[in-house]
Design a binder for this molecule. Structure first.
Ligand code: KG4
Ligand code: ZN
Length: 339
């Protein structure tokens, strides 16, 4: 039952291949979080096909919206504001969510809040950890981003470091494809890695501490290793390749994330984004954190990958601070600055 003090935010997410609508109460309590994933459709192409993603968002969004209201057991009129991912993401995919959100805001006469997808990923942790409050350091690792933030408040973040080329998730997906594993590659790499040994050094020289994150070099080194072995007719172990790649990919972000906590005298590290579902990454960070008094937290698996509850949560914190309120001229923006 909604009281006068309760704020219900409807979240909409359609930046990639998940069509999702959620209702979140007071920023932290999920009343519904409906996710319609297109993974099975894109799997046959080995990755997300933007045009197909847009068409499926159009097909799904209405159904997902109605289901989100039904599961939350509320009427449209009970919603206080509509929060939507307006970037970063695929242009055609974003257009569907943003247009739907604008229409709802207009018809219902409710405020529209423009949410940065990355900030949404970080906010997934406010749902998973009801006592979590800024400040903290956040490591965002997804298919499109690899970045470290100093989260000063719910709506203020400072970028510390980000990848200078590929994102970590992109590298997982590409390496998986070379290994003959299905899209999305991350979970499949993790599964194969558990059966292998991390015995291959793809890059002999470790990255210097002073450079930004980089995943292009590691990704290319793994691809070349596989091609060369195949040309020479050598038998390779996909499991060892996965275990070695996962270890090297994780080491780069883990070390830097803990360093950032120590440099900023911060005792809490918050993990976010699709790759934060990776068990090896979680365990590695927790182990490194324990050695220097940094507590590492992460969301439940369902909240790691794209979902609308995280967008509604971030929308709530923006709404109560009167930030990010957008007009009906809001444009979807494929590349927005990280903060
Ligand atoms: O956050 P997300 O759902 O979408 C973007 O915003 O990009 O992240 C998707 C990425 C994909 O690259 C996928 O392979 C990766 O997250 N991922 C994982 C795992 N689960 C998903 N990577 C490594 N290990 C996992 N268990
Ligand atoms: Zn995402």
């Amino acid at each position: 039952m909604k009281t006068n003090k309760d704020i219900y935010i409807l979240g909409i997410e359609s930046s990639c291949d998940e069509t999702s609508v959620a209702v979140v109460k007071n920023g932290r309590e999920v009343l519904s979080n409906i996710i319609s994933t297109q993974i099975d459709i894109h799997k046959i192409y080995g990755g997300v096909v933007p045009e197909i993603a847009s068409r499926n968002h159009i097909k799904n969004i209405d159904v997902v919206f109605n289901e989100a209201l039904k599961v939350a057991n509320i009427e449209k009129e009970d919603i206080d504001a509509i929060a939507v991912t307006y970037g970063s993401g695929l242009m055609g995919a974003l257009i569907v969510g943003v247009s739907f959100a604008k229409t709802l805001a207009y018809v219902l006469g409710k405020p529209l809040i423009a949410v940065n997808h990355i900030e949404g990923h970080i906010s997934a942790n406010y749902i998973a950890h009801p006592d979590l409050k800024p400040p903290f350091i956040s490591l965002v690792v997804s298919g499109g981003h690899t970045a470290l933030f100093n989260v000063k408040s719910y709506t203020k973040k400072k970028l510390i470091d980000s990848t200078c080329d590929d994102a970590i998730g992109e590298a997982f997906d590409k390496v998986a494809r070379e290994c003959g594993l299905e899209y999305p590659g991350g979970p499949n790499i993790q599964r194969e890695a558990e059966k292998g040994r991390p015995c291959i050094d793809f890059i002999k020289k470790p990255q210097s501490k002073n450079f930004a994150f980089s995943y292009s070099g590691l990704k290319t080194a793994v691809v070349n290793f596989i091609h060369n072995a195949k040309q020479r007719g050598e038998i390779i172990s996909i499991q060892d390749i996965c275990a070695s790649f996962q270890k090297q990919a994780v080491e780069v972000v883990s070390r830097r994330a803990i360093d950032a906590c120590l440099k900023n005298k911060c005792k809490t590290l918050v993990l976010a984004g699709g790759v934060s579902a990776n068990k090896y990454l979680r365990d590695d960070l927790v182990e490194r954190g324990e050695k220097c008094g940094v507590k590492v937290i992460y969301p439940d698996l369902k909240l790691c990958t794209d979902n609308a509850a995280m967008i509604a949560s971030q929308g709530y914190f923006m709404y109560i601070e009167n930030k990010g309120i957008a007009g009906l001229n809001l444009s979807p923006t494929p590349n927005i600055p990280l903060v």
